[in-house]
Design a protein around this ligand. Structure first.
Ligand code: PMP
Length: 414
């Protein structure tokens, strides 16, 4: 039995796989307690944008921690939260006038779903059906699982999940997707939730901006609220600040987390349009928005997010993003030609390579790949047999070279 009593997420402890201890991290490098230097090629589960231990974010956290660490947010406010809400308003679409805080991507989705239902009920037209895109993933809480693809991640919890309408994924059959969405909207739905342009945990599956724009248009025609889950895609990952920008889409509700604090501490926001806020605005206390958690808008987390926004304002972040896209292009092209690579996708800073032909999340190739990459001191965590790269924007050429060399060598395992 392991000496540790920790139960890790998405980990089968029965397989006895080694769990390295990370002592510190800087930029794109994780330093383990036993002296290894590991390249973090997946931004520690897609959160780290500017690199680990960014000095501006670290300083903001330290300063805030000694000034105001935590305060109840029901009926109280504080400067870091006010500054952050104003900062988000300044860079996010102007229609998204309201900012609701929570703690993770999953909770930002729960909040979005609850806002949608509150909107319809408070307007006296109770709609509750949620539509989702096939292969979608929105988190691991019950509501977020309910609006995600049913499969290995959530089979055990199926009896707790609520019924939703699933719109077929638009790969090569855009018209089917749009027709199905049109029908489902016509039948009456509260909201449609999507990951814009690329579905993350579903296997880094991409679809064109035009389809996203059409889906948004159909929802608008039928008054179905459009929820963009930019938890993964936000903060430059797809080459623009938001993926929605590439389709000229403004959602009714926007979920952001991960890169919101540069990936340093947990925080999320759900942004909403004025009509959604106004539907909850009344002198009737029963119409208030019933959602909260102990740490809503934690001041330390807000200070980290403000430092992140300052980095986006003062530093050439989009140039770094564009540069990272460019630097990965040649590796991508070369690997696409490899006979072991059976599918390849690239969007912005994200590269996905399917090795050996799509055998699903529990493919036996996945643990072999994981062990191979670990032995090469590269943090890559394939989704089934889809290896994807989503590095912090500060990754050096040499570090990126190590990542792609490891992937090329791993092709021999297929
Ligand atoms: N939405 C999307 C699109 C995600 O990729 C994720 C997490 N990978 C979530 C929601 C859930 O975020 P969290 O893990 O922070 O709860």
């Amino acid at each position: 039995m392991s000496a540790s009593s920790i139960w890790h997420p998405f980990t089968q402890h029965g397989l006895g796989e080694p769990i390295p201890t990370v002592a510190r991290a800087k930029g794109a490098i994780l330093h383990t307690a036993d002296g290894r230097e590991i390249v973090d090629a997946i931004s520690s589960w897609w959160v780290t944008t500017h690199g680990h231990a960014n000095p501006r974010i670290a300083a903001a956290i330290a300063e805030q921690a000694s000034r105001l660490d935590q305060i109840i947010f029901a009926g109280w406010t504080h400067k870091p939260a006010e500054e952050l809400a104003a900062g988000l308003r300044a860079i996010m679409p102007a229609e998204l006038t309201r900012v609701f805080f929570s703690d993770s991507g999953s909770t930002s989705v729960e909040v979005a779903l609850k806002m949608a239902l509150g909107f319809w009920l408070n307007r006296g037209e109770p709609r509750h059906r949620i539509l989702m895109l096939e292969h979608g993933y929105h988190g691991d809480t019950i509501g977020a699982m309910s609006v995600g693809a049913r499969g290995v991640f959530n089979r055990t919890y199926q009896p707790l999940l609520f019924d939703v309408g699933t719109i077929p994924f638009p790969a090569g059959r855009e018209q089917d997707t749009l027709d199905a969405l049109e029908r489902a909207c016509r039948d009456g739905a509260a909201a449609f939730i999507v990951e814009p342009l690329i579905l993350g945990a579903g296997g880094m599956l991409t679809y064109p901006p035009m389809t996203l724009a059409e889906m948004r248009r159909i929802c608008a025609v039928h008054g179905v609220l459009f929820i963009a889950d930019e938890v993964m895609t936000g903060w430059g990952r797809t080459g623009t600040l938001l993926a929605c920008e590439q389709a000229g889409v403004v959602p009714d509700i926007l979920c952001l987390s991960k890169g919101l604090t540069g990936g340093a501490v947990p925080l999320a926001v759900t942004m909403a349009t004025e009509p959604i806020y106004e539907a909850h605005l009344s002198d009737n206390r029963a119409h208030m928005f019933f959602h909260s958690s102990s740490y809503t808008a934690n001041p330390i987390a807000c200070a980290a997010a403000n430092a992140n926004l300052a980095i986006w304002r003062d530093e050439p972040v989009m140039e770094r993003v564009a540069d990272l896209c460019r630097r990965q292009a040649d590796y991508f092209t070369a690997l696409t030609a490899h006979p072991a690579v059976t599918g390849a996708r690239r969007l912005g800073t994200i590269v996905a390579l399917e090795l050996g032909g799509g055998r699903g999340y529990l493919s036996d190739l996945a643990p072999r790949l994981l062990a191979f990459f670990a032995a090469r001191d590269v943090l890559l965590r394939p989704l089934g047999d889809t290896v994807y790269v989503m590095p912090p924007y500060c990754i050096s050429d040499a570090e990126l070279g190590r990542v792609y060399q490891a992937i090329e060598d791993a092709c021999a395992l297929v």
